[in-house]
Design a protein around this ligand. Structure first.
Ligand code: FHN
Length: 448
C-alpha cells in the first residue's frame, strides 16, 4: 500500500499530467512554440517591410458619437444604452474606391482597418453573433467585403485589426483592467469566448475576404496574465492563410508564432507612451503606429492635426529605425474621410513621389539614428536623411563599405565627401525653403 503522502503525490502528479494533456489537446502549444514560418510567410514579411507606409483606420458604431473609440468605456455607458447605437450608423457615403484611392495617393501600400474594436461590434458580416453591422444597422451591408474587393483591385494589402478585449460579450470573463459595471453578469466562459467566438470570427475574416495581409491584434494588455490560447489561434491563422502576418499590439516581447513586432505612438525601442516594451526584435519586421490628429476613432473636438512635414519626418525616422509607419485616420460615421486628413495625406503622397526611392524597399541603414537624422539602405545605396542639421559638414561614424559617390537626391548634384577609417564627412547642401529632409545618396562600391 502506498503511504498517504505517496498517494497524494501520485494523485497530484496524475492530475498534472491529465491537466497537461487536456491543455495540450485543447491548445496545441507545440504547434506554434516550434513555429517555423513557411517560405511564403517569410516572403510576406519581407514584402511587409518593403511597403513601409500604411493607413490605419478606426471606424465603428462609436464614430456616431464623435468621441473616439473608447466612448463606451469613457462615459461608463451601460450596454442597454450602447446597444441603441448601431441603429444610428448608416454610412451611406462610404465608398471603398475613394478610401483605397486616398491610401494610394498618400503613397501608402497597405490598409489596416478595425474589423471590431473593444466594443466587440463586428464591422463585417459575422454569423458568430448578430452584434454586427449587417444585422444591427440600417446599412445592412458589409463594408469590409467592399474594401477587400477594392484593395484586391487596386493592389493594396488589407489587414484586419481585431480586438481580443471585448466590453460587450458576457463570456469575456473574468474581466480585465478596463472593467466597469456595464450591466453584464458576473460570470462567463472565457474559453468559449476565445475558442468559439473569437476564433470563429477570425475564421470568417480569413476565409470570406480573399487573401489578406494579416491580423492586427489589440487588447491582450487588458488581461496580461490570462491564457489567451494564443498557440491555438495563431495556428489557425497560419493554417488558413500562411502568408497572413500576425501583428500583436500586446506591448510585450514577441512570442512564438508572431510575425511582426508593432509599437504604438513610439518608434521601436522608445517608450514615451509609457506602455511600450524597450525590447526590439532583430528578426521580425517592425511597425510603429500613430495618429494623424490625436485620436484613433473620429473625435469631433480634435483638430490637432500633424502637418505633412511632421508625417514625412515620422515616416523617415521610422524607416531609419528599420520600421514601417502605420498612420491612423478616423472616418466620419457617414463613411466620408475628413478633408483635413485627405489633404494632408495627399501632400505626403506628393512628397513620396519624389523621395519614395529612399523609403520603399529599404531597411534601416548602417549609421545609428541620431537627432541629426537617419540612414536607410537598399542594395548598394545608402540614403542619408538629414532632418535636423544646420552646419555645413556632417561627420558620420565609419561605414564598412567604400563610398564611391554621393549626390543630393532632390537635384542629382554631387555632394563632396571624405572617407577614412575615422568615418565619413559629408558637405551637406544648405536646406532649401521648406525642405523637410535633405537626402544624400551614397553609392557603395559593388562587392563590398
Ligand atoms: O485601446 C486601443 C486604442 O483604442 C487604439 O486602437 C490603439 C491603436 O494602436 N490601441 C489600443 C491601445 O493599445
Amino acid at each position: 500500500m502506498p503511504s498517504t503522502r505517496q498517494s497524494i503525490i501520485a494523485t497530484s502528479a496524475l492530475a498534472i499530467v491529465v491537466a497537461a494533456i487536456a491543455i495540450f489537446a485543447a491548445h496545441p502549444a507545440s504547434a506554434q512554440t516550434d513555429y517555423q514560418p513557411s517560405s511564403e510567410n517569410l516572403q510576406a514579411r519581407r514584402e511587409f517591410q518593403d511597403m513601409k507606409f500604411g493607413m490605419f483606420i478606426h471606424w465603428g458604431v462609436y464614430s456616431v458619437l464623435g468621441d473616439g473609440e473608447w466612448v463606451l468605456h469613457n462615459r461608463k455607458l451601460k450596454l442597454d444604452e450602447y446597444n441603441r447605437l448601431p441603429a444610428f450608423f448608416d454610412p451611406e457615403k462610404f465608398d471603398a474606391k475613394t478610401w483605397v484611392a486616398l491610401a494610394k495617393a498618400a503613397g501608402m501600400k497597405y490598409i489596416t482597418i478595425t474589423s471590431r474594436h473593444h466594443d466587440g461590434f463586428a464591422m463585417f458580416d459575422s454569423k458568430v453573433s448578430d452584434w454586427n453591422i449587417v444585422q444591427r444597422t440600417p446599412y445592412k451591408k458589409d463594408p469590409l467585403k467592399m474594401l477587400a474587393d477594392e484593395c484586391h483591385r487596386q493592389g493594396i494589402k488589407l489587414f484586419f485589426y481585431y480586438s481580443q478585449l471585448d466590453w460587450h460579450n458576457p463570456d469575456y470573463y473574468p474581466r480585465g483592467a478596463t472593467n466597469w459595471d456595464n450591466g453584464r453578469p458576473d460570470h462567463g466562459d472565457f474559453n468559449a469566448y476565445l475558442d468559439t467566438y473569437m476564433d470563429g470570427q477570425l475564421r470568417e475574416l480569413l476565409t470570406n475576404y480573399g487573401p489578406i495581409g494579416g491580423i492586427w491584434f489589440d487588447g491582450m494588455w487588458d488581461k496580461p496574465d490570462a491564457d489567451w490560447h494564443l498557440p491555438k489561434t495563431y495556428a489557425l491563422i497560419h493554417e488558413l492563410q500562411p502568408t497572413a502576418l500576425i501583428i500583436p499590439n500586446h506591448h510585450q516581447t514577441p512570442r512564438p508564432g508572431e510575425d511582426v513586432q508593432t509599437f504604438e505612438r513610439d518608434l521601436p525601442g522608445e517608450n514615451t507612451a509609457g506602455f511600450n516594451t524597450k525590447y526590439v526584435s532583430t528578426k521580425l519586421p517592425l511597425e510603429s503606429c500613430d495618429t494623424l490628429n490625436d485620436n484613433w476613432g473620429f473625435n469631433i473636438g480634435d483638430s490637432n492635426y500633424k502637418s505633412p512635414a511632421d508625417v514625412e519626418r515620422r515616416l523617415v525616422r521610422a524607416a531609419g529605425n528599420n520600421s514601417n509607419l502605420l498612420l491612423n485616420i478616423g472616418p466620419y460615421p457617414n463613411g466620408e474621410i475628413d478633408p483635413q486628413f485627405a489633404t494632408r495625406l495627399q501632400a505626403v503622397g506628393a512628397w513620396l513621389s519624389k523621395y519614395g526611392d529612399s523609403i520603399y524597399g529599404t531597411r534601416g541603414g548602417p549609421v545609428p539614428p541620431g537627432d541629426w537624422g537617419v540612414t536607410t539602405q537598399k542594395d548598394n545605396q545608402i540614403y542619408v536623411h538629414v532632418l535636423n542639421w544646420g552646419a555645413p559638414l556632417l561627420a558620420l561614424p565609419p561605414i564598412a563599405s567604400k563610398v564611391v559617390g554621393a549626390h543630393s537626391m532632390v537635384d542629382g548634384a554631387s555632394v563632396e565627401f571624405t572617407q577614412n577609417s575615422d568615418g565619413l564627412i559629408l558637405k551637406v547642401p544648405p536646406a532649401k525653403k521648406e525642405e523637410v529632409d535633405r537626402v544624400i545618396v551614397l553609392t557603395l562600391a559593388k562587392g563590398n
